[in-house]
Write a protein that binds this ligand. Structure first.
Ligand SMILES: Cc1cc2nc3c(=O)[nH]c(=O)nc-3n(C[C@H](O)[C@H](O)[C@H](O)COP(=O)(O)OP(=O)(O)OC[C@H]3O[C@@H](n4cnc5c(N)ncnc54)[C@H](O)[C@@H]3O)c2cc1C
Length: 269
């Protein structure tokens, strides 16, 4: 029997100040921001991990200081109150080691969130900082099922691009707008289904798709979900109680929670 399981690597925080190199709209509600800077030296990420992510320290709008934020002698970030960063979690959509370019895709969901607001206006030279974080890596998987909304599209796209060519499975991506679909590169045995429009949040259509997530006897199926907290909660209880998946066969995260800023809710509760 082949070995299977999951490695969670929460990583260690390495603080780096970066600058925007270029930024553009990939689709109407997604802006791609490419970051670079001398402090990116030594950055690495585990390409085979599913949804590798970093913590971004997002500056207030219109801050143009490349030395921001400063570190005090104690090693702590020292900022005047009006320059304090907002900590937000984002997927490493790509990292080009040779060119030292780190790519992040931001969903533009309005001006209420500091990260979305910053990304909408980011231009070359703007400062941001990051703390490395982690990834999860299931191994020995026979079949993958990915389910995610727009915020999880970067993670699903990155994962599909980097899975071994003989990987099998399905990805179901729920979007509010047809124009936000992207061309995804995936192994030939991995199909992608787009569910478009608010009604896709309705549970029946997802239940229909979730029949995909019933494992055959002896099959190591892995269910990966990144979504709004209500949908993630439903899928978590469905994985546990409906599909009886053991804990090492799923990773279901609250990527965001309607009405709550990041930091004010649990990721996996
Ligand atoms: C591991 C991980 C990886 C992630 N990767 C990405 C990624 O690559 N790209 C990406 O765009 N997001 C990603 N997210 C989600 C992102 O961290 C959240 O959407 C975050 O809340 C955005 O921060 P903000 O400052 O814009 O909004 P916040 O200040 O956190 O929230 C302000 C308000 O905006 C609402 N809000 C937040 N996000 C959304 C949204 N998507 N749509 C509508 N309303 C929203 C909140 O409910 C709140 O009312 C990821 C999350 C996790 C856990």
């Amino acid at each position: 029997m082949k070995a299977s399981g999951i490695i969670h690597n929460p990583g260690r925080g390495t603080f780096r100040r970066l600058q925007v190199l270029r930024a553009w709209r990939v689709t109407p509600h997604m802006r791609r921001v490419v970051l670079t800077g001398p402090e990116l030296a030594g950055f690495s990420f585990y390409r085979q991990g599913l949804g590798p992510y970093v913590k971004l320290l997002v500056p207030p709008l219109n801050l143009k200081d490349p030395g921001w934020p400063r570190i005090g002698e104690s090693g702590a970030i020292e900022c005047p109150v009006d320059q304090r960063p907002s900590v937000r979690t984002y997927t490493v959509r790509d990292f080009d080691e040779e060119l030292q370019e780190l790519t992040i895709d931001f969903v533009l969901h309005g001006d209420e969130g500091p990260a979305s607001r910053w990304a909408a206006k980011a231009e070359p030279g703007d400062s941001i900082a990051l703390l490395e974080r982690g990834f999860s890596h299931p191994y020995g998987v026979d079949r993958y099922v990915f389910i995610g909304d727009h915020t999880a599209l970067p993670a699903i796209a990155q994962s599909l691009e980097n899975l071994p060519d003989d990987s099998r499975g399905e990805a179901v991506i729920c979007l509010g707008d047809d124009e936000d679909k992207q061309h995804l590169r995936a192994p030939p045995g991995l199909s992608v289904t787009w569910l478009i429009g608010e009604k896709t949040i309705e549970l029946p259509s997802l239940m229909r798709d979730l029949k995909l997530a019933s494992a055959e006897p002896g099959e190591y199926l892995f269910l990966w979900v990144g979504a709004e907290a209500r949908l993630a909660r439903f899928l978590r209880s469905h994985a546990k109680d409906g599909l009886s998946l053991p804990k090492d066969q799923y990773s279901i995260l609250n990527y965001w929670r309607r009405g709550f800023a990041e930091g004010s809710f649990e990721r996996s509760g």
